[in-house]
Structures are given as structure tokens and as C-alpha cells.
Design a protein around this ligand. Structure first.
Ligand code: CA
Length: 403
């Protein structure tokens, strides 16, 4: 009842604002009208009418999903904070345990898809703690709620249609299909479109089940990575040592060079050995500024970004994979960095613009334009131009920090 009242109020508000602003045509329909429309769309796309009708009759609007879709963390995550929560000794140990458990399958997958065991285990560990947390939301409810919401309606409508095809193809029920609030499912948190296009039957039982079969999930992850362009025989990247007085303006994807060229600039492995002489293209990532670790990122790093477009995530996957394979911890210490609020980042962006370092429209997110602006400010003020919003930068610009 309360939900209906809220929905009614929302509809009135939307009707009011739509007179002032453009909103998509479907924004004013109720959830039940939206379901009717999607139900027809599903039937037109080949879902059996009886199946579609019975699924849609059960689908429930989930206001929590919209809340989560709109929520933004108050504080911007730092690399040390992100990394230390994700690359944990527990995940390393559990990864090795799973390496022993699934050794034969993982070796076979390496041979067939060219993705070594430790990478598959790292994705699995980061996505769901090796299957111990696969999400709790009814995925079809989530997808329908987001499909009926104007913000990203087209994308989630598509994912909902694919999820229904999956349900039909794999003989699943809406109750089986549990996952994240945004619709990611199973051990490796595949969206429906990844599931339908890339998932494989790893245990050979004739069904592809990413919730109940670890073999299906690992095989699917290997196939997905191969299709995303994983280069057999290459690493993700590695931690490196930079020479004294290194020119930090060379960091970032826009400055790609061969490993041989990086080597010539004095970059070495963390044990001091040459990083290589090959013509593999790599770029430099300095996620916590000049006081933190530095990495060179090979083409497989971009493949990890196609799975999840976050450099922090890609470094965590790569390093966790190395650790599971017996590699050492990071060589550089992780600096203690204050977590800035989005408000502080917005103030920084406004202040950079005010001082003539054009960083575009302030959005509270530190992207390439903001980093370039910080770099120019640092250069003009005799600071190391790493493009990182250090405490020194924030104080020099007079930015108020929330704690
Ligand atoms: Ca199977």
C-alpha cells in the first residue's frame, strides 16, 4: 500500500517535471503497465507466452534497487583502501586451495583458452569470494525494476529480455536466478548478456549453471576472457621501480610505449632486473601518486578492464593472480592516504577551473582531465607532476577537507 502511494506520488512528480524537461516516453507509465509492455516484447522475441505470462505475473518492483542505483558513496575510494580490502591473505590461501581442487580442469582451460589458472581464480575470488557470496536479489525483479526506470531503461530492457531467454534455454525459474542488485549472476557475476554469449557447460551435464557448478563458472570465465582478447602467454602487467627524478607526465594510457622503451627510460622490475626488451606495448599506472607503487600495464590489463572498467580492479586481479601463483607482496609500501569526499573533489575541480587549468565540468570524479589539470598545477608550483590530488596539492589550493 505504502509502495503504491509512493509510486503514485512519483508518477505525479514525473508528470509535473515532464512538462519542464525531456523524460523518456515510458517514464510516466506505472510498473504494471511497464510489465505488460515488456511481457509483449518478450513474447515477440520468442519467449513462450505461457512462460512469459507466469514470470511477469510474479515480477515485483524493488525500490531498494533504484535506491542503490542512485546512491553515490560520500567518500572517494583510495587505491590503498581498495587494494588492501581486496587482495587479502584469505583470498590468496583460498585461491591456492581452489587451485588444488580444480587443478586438472584449470590446466585444461589454460591449454584451450590460453588463460592461466591463477587469473581465473583471482576473478572468482574478487567477484564472489570463490562462490561464498553470489548476491541475494531476485535478478528478474531487479532487471524489470531498472528496465521500467528511465535512467538506463534500454540497457536493462535488453538484459531482461536476455535473462528470459536464459530462463527458457536453461530451464531455470525466477527463484533460481539470484544475484546482485544490478543483475549480475553466479560465481563470476555475469550479466545475462555475458551469460548467454560466453558461458560454457564445463562439467558436461548438458546445462550451463553459473550458480551451482564451479566447473561451469571457471570454464565460462576462461571463454569470456579469451573472447575479450586475452593474449596467451602474456602477463597482465607488473609492479615496477621508477628511476629517481622520473617524469611522471609519462603515466597514463595516452602514453603507450614498448617495454624496450620503458626499459630505456630506466624502469626496472622491483628486484632491479630489466623489465624486458620486447616490443610489447605497455603503459604506466601510478594509482596512489608518486609515494605509492607503480605498475606497467600490458594488453591483458585492458582485457581485465573490459570485464570491469576500473584500474583499481584490474591491478587487484593481476596482483591477486600473482600471489596465488606464489609471487611476492607489493614491493612498495602503500601510503596512508586520506579519503576525500566527493564535495572536496568538486571543490578541487572548481578551483582548478578558476585558476585556468581547464578540467571540464566538475563531477566529483578524478578522471584524465582532472589529473591533467592537477599535473599542470603541480608543474607550475614545483611539485612532482604525478597528477595525483595529494594532501600537499589540496592544501596548496586551499581545498576544505571533510573528515
Ligand atoms: Ca553444466
Amino acid at each position: 500500500m505504502k509502495r503504491n502511494l509512493l509510486r503514485g506520488a512519483k508518477t505525479l512528480l514525473l508528470a509535473f517535471f515532464s512538462a519542464l524537461l525531456f523524460v523518456p516516453a515510458h517514464a510516466q507509465e506505472s510498473f504494471s503497465q511497464c510489465k505488460t509492455r515488456l511481457n509483449e516484447m518478450a513474447v515477440n522475441r520468442g519467449i513462450d507466452r505461457e512462460t512469459a505470462n507466469s514470470v511477469f505475473a510474479q515480477l515485483t518492483y524493488q525500490p531498494r534497487v533504484i535506491e542503490l542505483d542512485r546512491s553515490q558513496p560520500e567518500f572517494v575510494q583510495t587505491f590503498p583502501g581498495y587494494f588492501s580490502k581486496r587482495v587479502t591473505q584469505w583470498r590468496v590461501d583460498k585461491g591456492r586451495e581452489m587451485l588444488a581442487k580444480h587443478g586438472a580442469l584449470l590446466a585444461k582451460l589454460n591449454e584451450k583458452y590460453g588463460v592461466p589458472p591463477h587469473y581465473l581464480l583471482a576473478f572468482w575470488g574478487l567477484e564472489t569470494n570463490f562462490g561464498s557470496y553470489k548476491g541475494k536479489m531476485p535478478v528478474l525483479d531487479s532487471l524489470a525494476t531498472l528496465a521500467c526506470d528511465p535512467r538506463r531503461s534500454d540497457y536493462f530492457t535488453q538484459e531482461l529480455m536476455v535473462a528470459l531467454q536464459l530462463l527458457q534455454r536453461e530451464g531455470l525459474t525466477a527463484q533460481n536466478m539470484i544475484g546482485s542488485w544490478a543483475g549480475a549472476m553466479g560465481h563470476t557475476q555475469f550479466m545475462p548478456s555475458a551469460y548467454i554469449n560466453y558461458a560454457k557447460d564445463g562439467d558436461g551435464n548438458g546445462q550451463i549453471n553459473l550458480w551451482d557448478s564451479e566447473e561451469d563458472a571457471l570454464t565460462s570465465a576462461a571463454n569470456f576472457l579469451a573472447q575479450l582478447g586475452w593474449q596467451r602467454g602474456f602477463r597482465w602487467g607488473r609492479e615496477v621501480n621508477l628511476p629517481d627524478n622520473f617524469d611522471y607526465t609519462l603515466a597514463g594510457y595516452s602514453d603507450r610505449r614498448t617495454v624496450a622503451q620503458w626499459s630505456a627510460l630506466g624502469i626496472t622490475k622491483t628486484d632491479g632486473n630489466p623489465v624486458g626488451t620486447g616490443d610489447l606495448t605497455a603503459y604506466l599506472v601510478v594509482p596512489a601518486g608518486h609515494q605509492g607503487p607503480a605498475f606497467i600495464a600490458y594488453p591483458n590489463f585492458r582485457v581485465i578492464l573490459r570485464w570491469n572498467n576500473s584500474e583499481f580492479y584490474a591491478i587487484a586481479v593481476g596482483h591477486l593472480a600473482d600471489r596465488i601463483a606464489g609471487g611476492p607482496e607489493l614491493s612498495a609500501a602503500l601510503p596512508e592516504l586520506p579519503a576525500y569526499s566527493r564535495t572536496s573533489i568538486l571543490s578541487l575541480q572548481k578551483e582548478l577551473n578558476r585558476r585556468g587549468y581547464d578540467v571540464g565540468k566538475p563531477d566529483g570524479i578524478i578522471g584524465p582531465a582532472t589529473r591533467a589539470g592537477i599535473r599542470q598545477f603541480q608543474t607550475a608550483n614545483q611539485m612532482i607532476p604525478d597528477g595525483f590530488p595529494s594532501l600537499e596539492v589540496m592544501q596548496a589550493m586551499g581545498i576544505k577537507l571533510d573528515t
